[in-house]
Design a protein around this ligand. Sequence first.
Ligand SMILES: NC(=O)c1ccc[n+]([C@@H]2O[C@H](COP(=O)([O-])OP(=O)(O)OC[C@H]3O[C@@H](n4cnc5c(N)ncnc54)[C@H](O)[C@@H]3O)[C@@H](O)[C@H]2O)c1
Length: 716
Amino acid sequence: MYEGKSLSLVRLKSGIGHLRFDLQKSSVNKFNRLTLQELEDAVAVVAASDLPGLICSSAKDSFIVGADIGEFTALFRMPAVELQRWAWRCNAIFSALEDLSIPTVSIIDGVALGGGFELCLATDYRISSAAGRFGFPEVGLGICPGFGGTVRAPRVMDSTRAVEWISGGRQYSAEQALSVGAVDELVDSNGLMEAAEAFIHFAGADTNHLLALREAKRDPVSPLGEYRQALDNARELLAKGGANANTAPLRTLQLLGEAADKTRDDALALEHNAFAELAGSPVAANLAQVFINEQWLRGRTRELVAGARPVQHAAVLGAGIMGGGIAYQSALRNVPVIMKDIAQQGLDAGLAEASRQLRKLVEKGRLSEDAAGTTLARIHPTLSYEGWEAVDLLIEAVVENPKVKMSVLAEVEQQVSLDTILTSNTSTISITSLAGALQRPQNFCGMHFFNPVPVMPLVEVIRGASSSDSAIASTVAYALALGKTPIVVNDCPGFLVNRILFPYFGAFSMLVRDGADIRDIDAAMEAFGWPMGPAFLLDVVGIDTAVHAQAVMAAGFPLRMDYGFTSPMQILFEAGHFGQKSGAGFYRYQQQAAGRPAKVVDEEQLALVNQARPAEARAADSFSAEEIVERMMLAMCLESVRCLEDGIVSSPVEVDMGLVLGLGFPSFRGGALRHIDAMGAKRFCELATRYEALGPLYQPTAKLLEMAASGDRFYE
Ligand SMILES: NC(=O)c1ccc[n+]([C@@H]2O[C@H](COP(=O)([O-])OP(=O)(O)OC[C@H]3O[C@@H](n4cnc5c(N)ncnc54)[C@H](O)[C@@H]3O)[C@@H](O)[C@H]2O)c1
């Protein structure tokens, strides 16, 4: 009856219409302009037909994964009035589907998120298999649902749970969806069509039932009192989380409140307004860019792993914080792992840490006791090299000392097979220089995890001068198998992330030297969006670790990173204050009965840190938050530019995603290069010139100055 490039409409043997989504040249169905246009056409065909009912389904593994963010980001740059008009047009299609005179049903056998779930809500009935996954991810992208989700969800499902679904942005299983009325039936995958036809026969025979369903969808939300209470609760919960630059959750709650007592079309008009307002904001543009970047990275890693040998047996050398974490992550992801240390004490600590992590999963109900036991048994602690010839890939995670690392790597190379991949988790030491200890440097590369391993999503895979493509491919594949996002970077001191982080710490040291108060610096950077300010971050990283790494960075980039004054980190280090782990650093840490130690401001620590100030330093209150942010971000962004120009990575996306995933760079700002784009290279360079007296860290590159002159950007 209708054959498009994204969907088709046929009459089934039973006479019922079947609208099947199957977007050509795509592994998933998504709402792009083409699909929306074809949906409009197909619904018009149905309306003009004598079909007794309509079943909506997907020919792919997923139902519809949502809107095509890549395509819509360009759309979001339209003026608000046009955006509103666009939302109105899209909604007219969904409403036309909802208003068909025949019963309609969606059958879901996979992911139905965002626009995909909104389509299901526009039909009269929803039947899912256990594979169904539902939710509204929009607020995480800085927008609100825009295809009628905010109107239909509270009128179809348990309205109080709809508040949580829409403002929380989480995904839910088919069972959870059934329990809150987001789906009506749960059946086996192969029984979906039959159940759908049965509903259409039933609804066709009992028109009162259908009318009642539709009336509820057109009327105000009911019961209204409970709904308003749920909205208040959700607002309170959000407020507890503190100020958030992403205003989408709050604005969406406001929208739900305003639309609660309206009929469908009036409520939809309010949704269009809120959608246009949010979609046009820079926050939404940046979050959408991060989403696109993630997809880009996924595509890039798919290309990279083409020649990979799967890792079936892994090993770590060094059972410390990192080695223990990596062994745990490997075991959790079903890759058995040998964990070697030189001390039984180290092994015990590594295993204890893994057990602690597993216990947490059991307590949260995410792992059974049995599964936790099996997982732990995948870690084989040892003090010897017995059985190492079967290891496919190993990670060296011993102390950060080039001599020790080189001797350990040379030793283990004798114990493994000729094609075992050797990697190092070093944070700063050049991979090419470590390869000097090896007979088969082609089998060696860096595999830099971030702390804490189970939580941090990034792994830098570092290509040394001799690393082979197949060593890189297998390491990338192993990182993916561990559930991490790998980014391949070229070798240099600090690689990508730490090379950019240390100039940021350099800017921090200079601010303290010049008289700024660490509390003001932390507050300004947290207000900018960082999860923690630099002083607190240094305490968490460890002052000793930072001081050692700083020395490596200074040796690697003496012009920019050898600051020529005694940093506050150095002062703390020499006084034996290593940060959170030793109980004091920039702040003091008080052990608590449960959870992390509490951070407290301590006058003695402050006095120590302020020894970095010469007598002529400025008064602390002369530093505005603006100046602090400018000085910190200029240093970080300029080093990001240099990394790209030096070919440490090949694209702005990798720089920005390295920072978002490895450092917690505020994703609503999109990353360092995106930050320069937002400001404009011209204004950014002018700002850098204002601080040029601070030294070479603040010197824009010739290329950036060219970009400033030509108006070029890092992103389209
Ligand atoms: N801690 C972090 O935040 C972090 C983050 C990323 C990378 N790294 C890097 O990871 C590596 C390990 O750091 P960590 O924090 O886990 O250190 P750690 O001090 O906690 O652990 C090091 C472990 O290595 C063991 N060891 C020493 N020599 C050994 C040898 N010859 N053979 C086997 N085991 C040996 C020690 O007994 C100890 O258990 C370092 O290169 C570090 O720079 C650390």
